[in-house]
Structures are given as C-alpha cells and as structure tokens.
Design a protein around this ligand. Structure first.
Ligand code: ATP
Ligand code: MG
Length: 451
C-alpha cells in the first residue's frame, strides 16, 4: 500500500538503515485517508543518508541538518528523511533545547505527541511498530497523549491545540486524561508562537469537523488565549429567524461552508459583533443592528494578531462586510447591479459570496428547504444580470478619460473622477446608456449641471 518510489530509497540506503514511514503518513494510511507528504525515519545519520542517496543518483537537499533531516527528491516529490532522534529538555514550553541523534526507533516514537502519530511502518512489508497503542486508539477514535499528558503539554504548549485540530480532522474524541490536562496547561499554551497557532487553527477550521474542534477550544479554555473576543457568543440568544444561539449558529455556518480558508474564517468571525450589538425591542424581539461593523472590527483585530496573510484578511473582511445583504425580489435590477459592483470592488466573486450566504442560511437551523430555494432564486437572478456583463466599473464605460477630457475641453482633475462616477451610476441604472453617443450626451448634460 505504500508509494513505490520509496522502495528505491530503501534500496539506496541499504541494509541496516531501518528506514520506516512515521507520523502522519502512517496514521493516514491506516485510516485510508489521503495525505500530502511522506515522513521517513532512519537509524542512519544525515551524512550517511546524503552520501548513499546521492551515490544512487537521487537528488538530496540538506534542509534541516541540525534536526537530523534531509530532503530526498523522489519523482519530483520532496520526501523528508529524519534520523531517529530524541528531544532534550524543554525549558520554554516551545522547543527542546537540543536534539540527540542516534537513538532507537522506540525512543524516537516516544517523543511524538499522540499515540496515533507515534507509529512506524517498515518499508516494503513487516510489522507495524506501535509501542503506545496507536492502532487501538485509531480504531476507537481517540486522541491520546504519548505518556503523561500533563508533562507532554508542559513541554510544548502547542500540543493541546493539535489535539483539538486532530479531533476536528478525524472526527475523534480527546481521551479523558488528555482532555483533562489541557485546562491545567493553558499558561504553557499561551507562550506558543502565533504563527504555529495560526497554522493549527487554520487546519482545524478547514477540517471535516470544525464544530467539534471549536467546541473543544471553548470547553478547554484554549479559545480564551487566542480568540477571547468570541467567548461572549456562547449562550448569546437570538431571535425568531434563528434556531440557535450565536455560537451554535457560527459552528453550523463554519461546518456548512466549503472547506476553504477564507470562507471558514469568515464563517467563524461573521457574527462576532452580535453580542455587543444585541438589543431587545419593545415587542420583545431581539435585534443586532449594525453588528456587521462590529464584527469587521473584531475580525480585523483577530486576524492581525494571528498574523494572517493580507490576502486572507482581505477576503474574510469582504465576506463579512457583505453578509448582511439579501438582494431578493424586492430589489430593483439597478440595485442588484450596484451590489454586484460592490462585490467586485471588494474582490469577491458572486460565487464566493453565494457560497457563504448559503452556509449562513443553513446555519439558521430551520426551513432549510425554503431557504435553499430562495437562495437559488437570488443567485439565478444575480447571475443572469452578471451574465449581461453590465459595466461595473469606471474602466468599463464606453468613453474613457481621454475621450471625456476632449469632450469637456479640459485637462484632467478631480472633476473627471466625479464625472466618471456619475456616469457609472447612470449606467448601472440603465445599462443601454453605455454606448459612446448616448454616454456623450449624458456627460454633456452632467457637465452643464456642474457649472
Ligand atoms: P499533517 O497531516 O497535518 O501533516 P502530521 O501528523 O503529519 O499531520 P506534522 O505537523 O506534519 O503532523 O508532524 C509530523 C509528525 O511529527 C507528527 O505525526 C508527530 O509524530 C510529530 N510531531 C509534530 N508536531 C509535534 C509536537 N508539537 N510534539 C510532538 N510531536 C510532534
Ligand atoms: Mg505532516
């Protein structure tokens, strides 16, 4: 069941290399899940791995010699080969002070975080090496720390978050003692570098079962370390449009949104402003007027703190900004076109906005079929209007800046931008106007008015 080119490497390294597949690849192979990379481990020291692989004509890159890692290219794919190693003492709750090469495979497996990640599979057949009961935990769907969870979480504060992430990806439970250790080690988790935290949160969100992971973050207290703004969403009751409170609604939307970073992060943060904006009207109805603005502020602060990429930040904020709009049958065509223009200006496609809206509608928790049908109508209409390719930006006007300057007999200046915006608005109202002669006529009228 393993990837054939790995056998070529095994041959190159020779007898006695004890080359095995380790970590996530073993876990995913046993679960029959796809995985992106193969991690290999060997008894050989890095120099020997490089010498022998090169002698066999393989391309080798010394990517992490101080950790015992070299990368070997097999059929254009990078494969990491790491010498069996143990970790020295952890003094700062983040990284071991040193690593020791040249230990046994069992010792190498014992430094790994969870039993399901601490198995090794010999290449080309042979018994699974499973000193901590990883296979049993895989079968039972359990995330269990290797050794004493309190100690393992004291060594490296990222591990509790990884436990939640794996639970979300695999749909597993966190074993009781492992789960109980998390709240006792929050001070260690707090010290972890934000880049590592972001990577794990992002994987958790893009998983099969993000709601499970997010619930674990909330119940263990990890949420308050990295996303404290979200805590008030728990138990924040909504109105007759919603079956769930703000937190549960959020988990539903995250789970139903396509598993892409922008959509999932937007789902997590889109209603974060609701608790602050909650009011109860005279009729007893709950309102969240203007919560989008507050959600935008919170989302921007959270994504900045987590050092999210500029592209992700932009996409998430755009999705949040437009999530309160429902261009239904009461909207005029011109209003729909103006909406399409705003989406475009914000870098969103109609498809993306629609995918988010559908998940948001689904998360309301009832009348799903009716909502789905309504959503289909909204999208069909917007798509039909978009397909007519109406001019949605100044660039798409039938007269460009030079033509307008010539028409006005003036050089460029602020007047030109103002005129272009006015023309665009006229054209959004009435797309047939976007034709040189008619647009010229309208431009002259506007210029005369402006005088
Ligand atoms: P993914 O599918 O996300 O790559 P993975 O299990 O391969 O999952 P990696 O972060 O790639 O996770 O790490 C590879 C292996 O290294 C893990 O399976 C685990 O054995 C070990 N490992 C990774 N991070 C830690 C950690 N913080 N503490 C202990 N062991 C770890
Ligand atoms: Mg991996």
């Amino acid at each position: 069941m393993t990837w054939a080119p790995l056998l070529r490497l095994k041959e190159a390294l020779g007898e006695g290399s004890e080359l095995v597949i380790v970590g996530g690849a073993v876990r995913d192979e046993l679960l029959d899940r796809p995985h992106a990379d193969w991690d290999l481990a060997t008894r050989l020291l890095p120099q020997a791995v490089m010498d022998r692989a090169r002698a066999a004509g393989l391309k080798v890159i010394p990517t992490g010699l101080q950790h015992g890692t070299v990368t070997v290219m097999l059929e254009d794919r990078p494969v990491e080969v790491t010498t069996f190693r143990s970790d020295g003492d952890y003094l700062d709750g983040r990284r071991p002070e040193s690593v020791h090469l040249g230990v046994s495979l069992e010792e190498d497996l014992s430094r790994r975080d969870f039993t399901i990640n601490a198995m090794a599979m010999p290449l080309g057949g042979g018994d699974l090496v499973d000193p901590f009961g990883g296979r049993r935990d895989l079968a039972q769907g359990l995330i269990r720390a290797v050794g004493d969870p309190l100690q393992r979480f004291a060594e490296d504060g990222l591990r509790p978050l990884r436990a939640c992430r794996f639970a979300a990806q695999l749909g597993f439970e966190v074993e009781a003692a492992t789960a109980a250790a998390i709240p006792l080690r929050l001070e260690v988790a707090r010290k972890v570098a934000v880049e590592r935290v972001f990577t794990e949160l992002d994987k958790l969100l893009r998983s099969q079962n993000p709601a499970r992971g997010l619930d674990l973050l909330a119940s263990s207290g990890l949420l308050d370390l990295w996303l404290p703004e979200l805590r008030p969403m728990l138990g924040c009751a909504q109105n007759r449009h919603h079956r769930y409170d703000v937190w549960r609604h959020t988990l539903e939307v995250v789970g139903h949104a396509p598993a892409e970073a922008g959509l999932r992060w937007a789902a997590l943060l889109h209603d974060s402003g609701k608790p602050d904006k909650r009011t109860v009207g005279g009729d007893g109805e709950v309102h969240f007027y203007n919560h989008e603005t507050r959600s935008l502020d919170l989302a921007a602060a959270i994504l900045d703190r987590l050092k999210a990429s500029h592209a992700l930040r932009k996409e998430v904020l755009a999705l949040i900004r437009h999530h309160g709009f429902h261009p239904d049958a009461t909207w005029k065509d011109a209003a729909c076109r103006r909406f399409l223009r705003r989406l475009g200006d914000d870098g969103l496609t109609l498809e993306h906005w629609g995918a988010f809206r559908l998940a948001d509608q689904r998360g309301k928790g009832f009348e799903w079929e009716a909502r789905q049908a309504e959503h289909g109508k909204v999208m069909d209409r917007l798509q039909t209007l978009a397909d007519q390719a109406p001019p949605l930006s100044v660039r798409a006007l039938a007269l460009n800046g030079a033509a307008l300057m010539k028409l006005a007999g003036r050089r460029g200046g602020p007047w030109l931008g103002d005129l272009q915006i006015q023309l665009l608005e006229a054209v959004l109202e009435e797309p047939e106007l976007n034709e040189p002669a008619r647009l010229e006529e309208r431009a002259l009228q506007l210029l005369k008015q402006a005088r």
